[in-house]
Ligand binder design. Structure first.
Ligand SMILES: *[C@@H]1O[C@H](CO)[C@@H](O)[C@H](O)[C@H]1NC(C)=O
Ligand SMILES: *[C@@H]1O[C@H](CO)[C@@H](O)[C@H](O)[C@H]1NC(C)=O
Length: 248
């Protein structure tokens, strides 16, 4: 009898547990572009299979996402004063710089990349402004009562949106150069003698010279990442100061 009582209790716990698991959440997704979206797409499909609702917030100039297509989830589009071919043009430009390698000197390539990164940052800032400083859009997102934000950190200021909407976040990141984001934001343990960083294409069995090379790549990308983040600091402060005074 006692045994039956225990089973009954277990049965009730099982039922309650099951109930809590079948309750789906509402997930806001800020997608990355190109292969980044292919990766996230699998996560989105799996979320839908598990009864969660998904809304994908996409800018009107996305070169990857065809938001007029019918999907199992909802698209929410915000307008940006850019065209998809302009955004795509920047990726083509990166490819061009890559393909001419090693014809021009490394210094020239470095200067071209710095110039391009400046344009990319400018583009991201425009997109951020259109997303974060549009109170109609923010109110609409707030009203949709999301449970979590899933985003790709290659897109600037997705974390600012999470802050404004007061949402917990889940990140989907394919890889960052020098593992900078993973190490400096995600606290990924990565001793340079054992963890080769992209784009070195080495394995975890490195010779002494390979370790030296790995170390140099670590340092260069860490420095570049710090410099890039410094230029963003002001923007983040600016946006957060504004949002502090926004009505909740
Ligand atoms: C986007 O999807 C729509 C509707 O399915 C389709 O008519 C259109 O050709 C697609 N556009 C591109 C660029 O694939
Ligand atoms: C703000 O967002 C709304 C809803 O997405 C849109 O209709 C409106 O045009 C946007 N306003 C500006 C100034 O971009």
């Amino acid at each position: 009898m006692q045994c039956l009582g225990k089973s009954f209790t277990l049965f009730v716990i099982f039922l309650l547990g099951d109930l809590s698991f079948t309750h789906g959440g509402h997930v806001l997704v800020l997608p990355g572009e190109y292969s980044h979206w292919s990766n996230m797409r699998n996560i989105v499909d799996e979320l839908l299979n598990r009864n969660h609702r998904v809304t994908v917030l996409v800018n009107s100039a996305s070169p990857t996402i065809n938001f007029t297509q019918q999907e199992r989830f909802q698209y929410l589009v915000f307008d940006v004063p850019l065209k998809a071919h302009e955004v795509h043009g920047l990726s083509e430009q990166l490819l061009d710089i890559w393909l001419q390698y090693p014809a021009p000197s490394k210094v020239q390539i470095g200067l071209q990349i710095i110039d391009l990164l400046g344009k990319v940052r400018e583009m991201h800032r425009t997109m951020c402004d259109c997303m974060l400083r549009n109170e109609t859009l923010i109110s609409r997102l707030t009203a949709l009562k999301f449970d979590v934000l899933l985003y790709d950190p290659m897109n600037m200021c997705s974390d600012l949106l999470a802050e404004i909407l007061d949402l917990p976040v889940v990140l989907s990141l394919r890889i960052s150069l020098g593992f900078s984001m993973e190490r400096m934001c995600g606290q990924m343990p990565s001793p340079p003698s054992y963890v080769p960083v992209p784009p070195t294409e080495m394995t975890d069995h490195m010779s002494f010279m390979e370790r030296v090379k790995n170390m140099i790549v670590y340092v260069v990308y860490s420095f570049a990442f710090r410099m890039a983040s410094m230029t963003l600091d002001n923007y983040y402060s600016e946006v957060l100061d504004i949002t502090i005074f926004m009505p909740a």
